[in-house]
Design a protein around this ligand. Sequence first.
Ligand code: PXP
Length: 240
Amino acid sequence: MSKIRLGVNIDHVATIRNARGEKYPEPVKAALLTQKCGADSITIHLREDRRHIREIDLKLIKKKIKIPINLEIAATNEMVNIALKYLPNFVCIVPEKRKELTTEGGLNLNYNSGLLKKFIYKLKKKNIRVSLFIEPNINNISKSKNLGADCVELHTGKFCSLVNKNKNYKIIIKKITETSKFAKKIGLEVHAGHGLTYKSAKILKKVKNIKEFNIGHFLISDSIFIGLKKSILKFKKIIR
Ligand code: PXP
């Protein structure tokens, strides 16, 4: 089995920073640590409302990081122009709704497909690897290929939610497996992401043909429990 690449999504470092309006924790510091730990890429989602990552973060990360940067963006002129300005190695086009807590589903490839095709063409012309974040089904794979994407990222939210609730996930994992197989057959690289935890990643890594995982929320959350002890001990030393 070939090694699955790990893309670490550091958006939620920025979420914590923004909650207080302070400069810390700095996403660029998290990106440097991620790189040091051997991750294969850094994923950041520059949302239209800038609720976590900001353009300055993208600029700093681009300046300091040597591993590939995977920029997630909505399919808008503004976002594509930002991508063309900073030239990340990878772009993943995602759907975006203002009121959602997180990216709730995959792209609707029937909507504005002409514009999507134009954006993909523009990005690829600058040697940016383009991926489309989609729900796992065969129809979406064929459409992604026709639009000119290099890769697809399968939205694993529904699968992960079933795993978290200890419910039967057989049907959805079968769908992910079949979709991945078809995507590979027609020349699309397959990635997966959204909601992954240790448990769901362990199950999903057995699906053939998935080359890359993008993991954020759980990974940043769990780092609290891996690191909190050290921070408390450091504070105790300072104040006692
Ligand atoms: N992949 C894509 C395309 C995403 O939009 C997100 C969430 O921003 C992720 C992966 C990471 O999801 P999570 O933070 O739930 O691990």
